[in-house]
Design a protein around this ligand. Structure first.
Ligand code: NAP
Length: 292
């Protein structure tokens, strides 16, 4: 088994990836941002990725054969609030890690996003032209470009992930469930579409791809294209809450600092063709094991 380095191991996807690696018995080095806690039997190493010397030293010690770079300024809001830092974290760090991976002859895998597209068409393929509307999406396009300079790379564009949070980290799904439980009125967009992907399915797929010979760009989205409203109603119905507590609203009714793309659903047929054994749960299947 190849030795894998995961950045962002304290994050939503990184922690799930680490868990999956441990279940498979893969030799894993896990970097976090600040925490040095033990997670899934692995002690997280805090590495501030903006400190190049520290990163280079930790990289040499890690001796990875595969780098899975999940760490990022990962939200539209954070990137909008501090665009300079967003570029440093998302672009410059990706560039530095790619240089280190190339020098060590390691495979470089980065996580990108459906938000590289402008959302005018939907069901995007890997070769479709990008056109981000947000600063976040723009930094991800730039990160993709720097990583693509090194042949032994994979760019994995993810759709919106969902899972319950680990520990104190609350996710969109936790907040949605809490609102339904409290019977708080909830407004969701009828005119914004994604292909939501269950985070454990994403983690397994990222590992399958990282450990394979696959090189280039690949899309990982969920099995269905859903509006935020449809998706919220499906979550409510599956978990036996009342979908009528959710009201349909239009994107135009909610002011946003940056424009929201209409439809950034991903076509994942390349992933499904190359990795046909990969798990791909519908919303109902994914949530079936959750006890309310
Ligand atoms: N979740 C989604 O729906 C989704 C969808 C599409 C693409 N993606 C992409 O997938 C990847 C993983 O997303 P995620 O949801 O797991 O993100 P996340 O939960 O925000 O995790 C990102 C991690 O990166 C760490 N980090 C940020 N800046 C750092 C720095 N300077 N040095 C070291 N670590 C740093 C964060 O630590 P702190 O929290 O301590 O800053 C956090 O633990 C990201 O590249 C994201 O853009 C995610």
């Amino acid at each position: 088994m190849q030795r894998i380095l995961i950045t962002g191991s304290g994050g939503h996807l990184g922690s799930c990836l680490l868990q999956t690696c441990q279940q498979l018995g893969m030799p894993t080095v896990a970097w976090s941002h600040r925490t040095s806690e033990v997670f899934c039997g692995v002690t997280l190493r805090p590495v501030e990725l903006l400190e190049k010397d520290l990163v280079a030293e930790a990289f040499r010690e890690a001796e990875p054969e595969i780098v899975v770079h999940t760490a990022a300024a990962s939200t539209i809001a954070a990137c909008h609030a501090d665009p300079t830092r967003a570029k440093q974290v998302n672009v410059e760090v990706s560039s530095h890690l790619t240089e280190l991976a190339e020098a060590a002859n390691a495979k470089m895998v980065i996580l990108s996003t459906d938000l590289v597209f402008d959302g005018e068409r939907g069901q995007y393929h890997e070769q479709d032209v990008v056109g981000p509307l947000s600063h976040y999406g723009g930094t991800k396009v730039m990160a993709e470009q720097v990583v693509k300079q090194y042949p032994n790379h994979v760019v994995i564009r993810l759709s919106l992930l969902y899972a319950l949070g680990e520990g104190s980290e609350s996710t969109f799904l936790d907040r949605q469930i809490e609102a339904l439980r409290q019977r708080q009125p909830c407004n969701l967009f009828v005119d914004e579409w994604r292909t939501p992907l269950w985070t454990p399915d994403a983690a397994q797929a990222v590992l399958d791809i990282a450990c394979s010979d696959y090189q280039g760009t690949i899309h990982l989205g969920g099995p269905e294209r859903l509006s935020r409203f449809e998706w919220g109603c499906r979550i409510a119905a599956t978990l036996c809450f009342n979908p009528e507590d959710i009201s349909p609203v239009s994107r135009a009714s909610v002011p946003a600092a940056e424009p929201r793309p209409r439809d950034v659903s991903l076509d994942s047929s390349l992933w499904r063709e190359h990795f046909p054994g990969g798990v791909w749960h519908t919303c109902e299947e994914a949530l079936a094991g959750i006890n309310m």
